[in-house]
Design a protein around this ligand. Structure first.
Ligand code: NAP
Length: 301
């Protein structure tokens, strides 16, 4: 089984963005908006800001209190929309429950919507005329191309139908001439469907849920899941003989990151598998840099 590591590709994408920026008259700018104290969101935003520094994108981090109202956040978005030095706006999801997430996403100027969540960008993707594509599925296509995995004509299955991963992933695979099936929590006999897939993309948020029986022998499996395990027994159940390294991480940090695919069982059946960590997650941030460069280029034409 080949591990589809993404670190070199992510570094290359960022280098390309960096060298394009050195040719630009003005630095692109990204505004990251975060509300509340969710620790995972804080880490994600920190990683995005760090990537901006690496590639030469000017960034600003708006960290708002947990109690922020929809109207206060709409005011901030409106001010970012009109600023010429801001090319991209991202609002880290999820937002606290009192905030109308849809209203916020729809308030972002589609020309600055570097996450690709605004209905205009979702619609363009559905029409096969994408401008800003959500970063995680866009990164997965780059990874498949880089690894020389055939998409055209294959049976592709996407498990999960979220707006940020599953649905745009299915659209991108369709555009690349795959025959696409989308599965979700109401799919009957999931394994019978996923076992037909030459290319299986899993984004459900359940540690190690996809087992050997779900995977067609020789398939390419893309594991989008990011789940934190804190119990040694859970780690042993997923990693079998290779659990030692993970148990060390667990002892050191109190948790370890795992995907939605059972790594030990998938390794027995799949031909290619993305690791967690070290796979899809690295590309998400790199693609955000690429989308921000694109926003800056399109806005200054
Ligand atoms: P989400 O919005 O929670 O959606 C989960 C999807 O999985 C839903 O469509 C749900 O079906 C489906 N699902 C849940 N249980 C299922 C089951 N037993 N069988 C089949 N389908 C099932 O999740 P998301 O935002 O797409 O994220 C999914 C995972 O990817 C999470 O672990 C997240 O942390 C990770 N993620 C990683 C990155 C990255 O950069 N690597 C980026 C984004 C997300 P219903 O629609 O029927 O409820």
């Amino acid at each position: 089984m080949i591990k589809l590591e993404a670190s070199q590709l992510a570094a290359r994408i960022k280098q390309d963005v960096q060298s394009a920026i050195t040719q630009m008259a003005r630095q692109p700018g990204l505004a990251a908006v975060r509300v509340g104290e969710d620790p995972a969101s804080a880490v994600y935003v920190r990683n995005k800001i760090r990537a901006c520094e690496e590639v030469g994108i000017r960034s600003e981090h708006h960290a708002l209190p947990e109690s922020t109202s929809t109207s206060a956040l709409l005011d901030l978005i409106a001010s970012l929309n009109v600023r010429d030095d801001v090319d991209g706006i991202l609002t880290q999801l999820p937002l606290p429950s009192q905030i109308d997430e849809t209203a916020i996403i729809e308030a972002i100027d589609p020309a600055k919507d570097v996450d690709g969540f605004h209905p205009v960008n979702v619609g363009r993707l559905g029409l096969g005329r994408p401008v800003f594509v959500p970063c995680t599925p866009a990164g997965i296509i780059e990874l498949l191309d880089d690894a020389g995995v055939e998409i055209r004509g294959t049976n592709a299955c996407v498990v999960g139908r979220s707006q940020i991963v599953g649905r745009p992933m299915a659209q991108l695979l369709l555009q690349r001439d795959a025959t696409v099936t989308i599965c979700h929590s109401r799919t009957r006999d999931l394994a019978a469907v996923t076992r037909n897939a030459d290319l299986l993309v899993v984004a459900i948020g359940r540690a190690g849920f996809i087992r050997g029986e779900h995977i067609k022998p020789g398939a390419t499996v893309i594991d989008v899941g990011m789940n934190r395990l804190t119990e040694p027994d859970e780690v042993r159940a997923l990693f079998g003989n290779e659990a030692e390294k993970r148990l060390e991480v667990l002892a050191r940090r109190g948790s370890t990151l795992v995907g939605d695919v059972h790594p030990a069982e998938a390794a027995e059946v799949a031909a290619k598998l993305t690791p967690v960590p070290g796979g899809v997650g690295l590309l998400t941030v790199a693609m955000l840099m690429k989308n921000t460069l694109k926003a800056a280029t399109l806005r200054r034409r």
